[in-house]
Design a binder for this molecule. Structure first.
Ligand code: ATP
Ligand code: MG
Length: 212
């Protein structure tokens, strides 16, 4: 084998490993973001006295999602601008987790498809966090844009982040959700920030370049 062809083989092998590990990460994220959240919500519903129907619907959704994942399908692409897609995400999160969200769309900027997708998955993940960690609180989701950036902020009126357990600004919050969001946001050179408000409530802000 010539030097040149063995170098090409090496490059190819490295590229394949990279694709494979990216795909594994993506699958882990899909499992975490979709399937496990649905199953966790079903377990929560089962623990309530009148949660049987809700648990059964959630399990149906989990089975459907599991089948899609097994077939290696991408999630159905959501078509339209944020003004069309975000309300659908909010409806879906309401269905699965009963979080009421007030949407304040100060802009509906044109975004590249990947930024659009990531913004929607951030919205879903952060609203599920409101359901889990700020139970009973309404969420407010605000979207703003400049020529180059889009920001999405989610506020709730729950107890806020437990600052005795976490380092402000370090984003080490203990779960898998924040690190997964951060990875996706960082890959697009965006930013994620979170803080507590006075007298109470948690806020999370995601900032992404519109055209990444
Ligand atoms: N809206 C919120 N209000 C208060 N605390 C929150 C809120 N969102 C997140 N947290 C805190 O940050 C931690 C990390 O959140 P993260 O989403 O990474 O993990 P998780 O929700 O606990 O689990 P999962 O891996 O299933 O997402 C949570 O465990 C919780 O303590
Ligand atoms: Mg979470």
């Amino acid at each position: 084998m010539t030097d040149r062809s063995s170098r090409m083989d090496e490059e190819l092998a490295r590229a394949l490993v990279e694709v494979e590990s990216r795909e594994r990460r993506r699958m882990a994220e899909v499992l975490h973001d979709d399937l496990l959240q649905l199953l966790a919500a079903a377990r929560l519903a089962l623990a309530t006295t009148d949660g049987q129907d809700r648990a059964s619907n959630l399990l149906e959704s989990a089975i459907r999602r599991g089948r899609q994942i097994c077939r290696g399908m991408e999630p159905t692409p959501l078509v339209g601008g944020l003004d069309e897609t975000l309300p659908r995400v909010l409806d879906a999160v309401y269905e699965s987790h009963r979080v009421q969200t007030r949407l304040n769309l100060l802009a509906s900027p044109r975004l590249s498809p990947i930024v659009h997708d990531i913004l929607l998955s951030c919205a879903a993940e952060l609203l599920v966090n409101v359901a889990r960690h700020a139970e009973g609180s309404e969420a407010r989701l605000t979207v703003e844009a400049t020529n180059h950036w889009v920001t999405m902020r989610i506020d709730d009126d729950g107890p806020g982040f437990d600052l005795s357990r976490v380092q402000p600004g370090a984003h080490r919050l203990g779960g898998m959700g924040f690190p997964a969001l951060e990875r996706r946001i960082r890959a697009l050179s965006g930013g994620l920030d979170w803080w507590n408000r006075q007298p109470k409530g948690a806020s999370v802000m995601v900032c992404l370049p519109r055209e990444a």
